[in-house]
Write a protein that binds this ligand. Structure first.
Ligand code: HEC
Length: 151
């Protein structure tokens, strides 16, 4: 083997080593990420479940039952909660709602729940919706977010 062929062989070997190192790096980075994200989601969902049971369940009910015209409205797939973007739901939960035609009103929770508590509760409620309802509501939320960001 002459010198130039040895050079090419060494270069190929170096490139191969680089590729293997890159792959190891990608694998080790992505190995940590889904794990920590999954844990955060499981934790926030558990928190949302507990808070919903403590503060909301008695009036709004759980994952099944109820109908579109009920007051208080069910938050599951039978209700209309999924018609509203996150921003509006958050506002109603923190500040309450009193459409004066109804005898009952939605209490304000701003003294009891933080922003992240409300997001955790919403995350839990969303597990009751159909994929189509989730998609619709996510699109509505994005529209408001884009509007607020001046897009
Ligand atoms: C004392 C009963 C009561 C409790 C407790 C209560 N709500 Fe309500 N909620 C209502 C009533 C009644 C309405 C409808 C108000 C109206 O139409 O004027 C309502 C309306 C809502 C709405 C707007 C309608 C919809 O489905 O989009 C949301 C969102 C909501 N509540 C979320 C919550 C969450 C989350 C909790 C727990 C943190 C909670 N509520 C606790 C009685 C309650």
């Amino acid at each position: 083997m002459d010198a130039s062929k040895v050079n090419v062989a060494i270069r190929r070997l170096l490139i191969l080593i680089e590729i293997v190192l890159c792959m190891l790096l990608i694998v080790s980075c992505s190995a940590g990420q889904p794990d920590s994200k999954a844990t955060a989601t499981a934790q926030s969902l558990a928190k949302g479940t507990a808070l919903y049971g403590q503060y909301c369940m008695s009036c709004h009910g759980g994952s099944t039952g109820g109908s579109l015209t009920d007051i208080p409205p069910p938050h599951n797939a039978n209700g209309h909660t999924w018609h509203h973007p996150d921003q509006q739901l958050k506002d109603i939960i923190l500040n309450g709602l009193d459409l004066s035609t109804d005898s009952q009103k939605m209490p304000a929770f701003k003294d009891k729940l933080s922003n992240s508590d409300v997001l955790n509760i919403l995350e839990y409620i969303k597990t009751w919706w159909t994929p189509e309802q989730r998609q619709f509501q996510a699109a509505a939320t994005k529209q408001i977010t884009d509007y607020e960001n001046g897009k």
